[in-house]
Design a protein around this ligand. Structure first.
Ligand SMILES: *Cc1c(COP(=O)(O)O)cnc(C)c1O
Length: 397
């Protein structure tokens, strides 16, 4: 339970979040602890952010060292950590140019601007975006304009003009929207918020082909599915289909607020130039220390290899639940980004899971979403399965 003082103080906030009745205090590895000391196995990772889990000593030390030196300088001056973080991101993504933001939303805003600037420089007359139904790209005006949930856009209309929505994984529906005004096609290789929908190989290749044939840019939003979660560093790499622009956030800072968009040199030469874009905090020394250190830890500890070793185990356990319970009608997703489709209210399952010491979240389509820290071991998968089995048998009885 959450004590009254905490609940009362929370009333000072704009009420846009429906909180679960838990007040978290600290974390260690894949476990979180509330203010009363109760332990929770964490299969949410702060919404796919804490890939390395909690209280990672190496990351903590690097951040502490940087705090004692300098947290912020603005982008008017060089700072070595900024270049190092960009170098590390380009190393793992194969992109050429990075811009640091403070969030995933801002990364997507920047990507949209970068695509528009590319078309503007080339004087191609292109400005339209094709985005996907059930996508999620953020809540600012640009980002919400390409987000494929009508209820997120409608109260704020008119949003950005020139956006069309295609059906995800339906190449014909994309083709039908392409014209000589199309500037970019934007998609998540694995839709998170929208229900853990994985792109098909055919769809990814088909979108790439359409883009190549028409000088249209392909933008991949890797904010949630990136950083090892699907078994490759970025989900597009699992398809072997490289975008022209990609966006990142969530796990790249493991909890320090930082995002980024990156592009190929081919795009960069026609895209953003001095004066076109900026962010005061973007890529400050603290944020860049986080990115650089997170990537170093990923490489040293072979986090992506670990995901590939543990994911089949998770898949097998989840499939057991699908077979065992009538109210679990399917499994979706890939790697350590998976979901169970339920026929009972997902909110009730989440609530009961919390009472039983397990944190899980939801996604569209009554999906129970699991995005645990990437450092989970088989024993944690077993513990999750046991807790969920208990919860599901309570709810289905
Ligand atoms: C979370 C998310 C965003 C928004 O990121 P914020 O950091 O919340 O602004 C954008 N795209 C995807 C795919 C996401 O999952």
């Amino acid at each position: 339970m959450v004590n009254e003082k905490i609940q009362e103080a929370d009333q000072n906030l704009v009420h846009v979040y429906n909180r679960f009745p838990v007040a978290l205090d600290h974390g260690e590895g894949v476990y979180l602890y509330d203010t009363e000391g109760k332990q929770y196995l964490d299969f949410a990772a702060g919404i796919a952010v804490c890939g390395l889990g909690y209280n990672n000593r190496e990351l903590n030390q690097a951040l502490k060292d940087q705090i004692e030196k300098l947290c912020h300088t603005s982008n008017l001056y060089y700072h070595e950590k900024c270049g190092q973080a960009a170098e590390a991101l380009n190393r793992i993504s194969g992109m050429d140019r990075v811009f640091f933001t403070n969030s995933g939303t801002e990364a997507n805003e920047g990507a949209l601007k970068a695509a528009r600037k590319y078309a503007y420089t080339k004087q191609s007359g292109r400005y339209e975006f094709i985005a996907m139904e059930d996508s999620f790209h953020g809540r600012s005006f640009g980002a919400v304009s390409v987000t494929g949930h009508k209820e997120y856009r409608t109260p704020f209309e008119p949003v950005l003009p020139g956006v069309k929505f295609a059906e995800f994984n339906n190449l014909d529906s994309v083709k039908a929207l392409v014209n000589d005004k199309t500037c970019a096609i934007m998609l998540e290789p694995l839709q998170g918020e929208g229900g853990m929908n994985l792109a098909t190989q055919e769809f990814m290749e088909g979108v790439r082909r359409i883009c190549d044939e028409n000088d249209i840019l392909m933008i991949c939003d890797e904010v949630q599915c990136g950083m090892g979660r699907t078994g490759s560093m970025f989900a597009w790499q699992g398809f072997g289909v490289k975008p022209d622009i990609m966006t990142m956030a969530k796990a790249i800072g493991n909890g320090i607020p930082v995002g980024a968009f990156a592009m190929t040199e081919q795009v960069a030469q026609y895209s953003l130039q001095p004066g076109d874009h900026g962010a005061t905090y973007g890529g400050n020394p603290l944020a860049c220390t986080a990115v650089k250190t997170v990537i170093e830890i990923y490489e040293k500890e072979d986090i992506v290899g670990h995901v590939n070793r543990i994911a089949p185990y998770l898949t097998a356990r989840l499939d057991e639940l699908v077979n065992e319970f009538d109210c679990v009608t399917g499994r979706k997703g890939k790697g350590l980004m998976q979901g169970l489709v339920l026929s009972v209210p997902v909110g009730e399952v989440i609530q009961s899971a919390i009472e039983n010491g397990l944190l899980v979240i939801s996604a569209q389509g009554n999906v129970l979403r699991m995005v645990p820290p990437l450092i989970i071991e088989e024993k944690h998968v077993d513990e999750m399965t046991e807790k969920l089995r208990h919860v599901l048998s309570l709810i289905s009885s």
